[in-house]
Design a binder for this molecule. Sequence first.
Ligand SMILES: [Fe+2]
Length: 194
Amino acid sequence: MNTYVTGATIKELREKKKLTQAELAEIIGVSSKTVSKWETAKGLPDITLLQPLAQALGLSVIELMNGEHITNRNVSANLLRGKFYVCPLCGNIIHSTGHAVVSCCGITLPPLEAEEADGDHGICIERVEDEHFLTLRHPMTKDHFISFVAFVACDRVQLVKLYPEGGAETRMQLRGMGQLYWYCNRHGLFRRRP
Ligand SMILES: [Fe+2]
């Protein structure tokens, strides 16, 4: 999280909740002057007040920090609609099954948009016994490499981490309907339905 709750957010949420500054102040045990100061950017609520403030405004602390009410539309999470996030600083790979606010190394990460593979990022899939052997014709140098290959089916995610100076190849069991993804540190996320 790289922002703290702002006065504008408190004001907006308080008005939505149809509370006066005095009413909100009373619920959380501060003076109305204090609430007024927060809303006019002359002070910030102490961290110990975030929970009671969020509760009074009818949302979670995370939502309060984000300044919006997040509706969980992901009750029956579908892995096929999941998203990948990669941190450009440390290379951390995160997969979520639905909408998420993901941050790493102090950066809020956007969900990656997968593209159909171009000529420089093609993948070759060969069946070997009950597995598939995947080979990418791509450099594996320190500056330019394939960082991972993942197969996402409706009920499971397989992810293989690849490393520079290793081979751009792996074995996987591509069972069922799913989507194959691979990520180049320079050119981004690619996909293909095997
Ligand atoms: Fe590349």
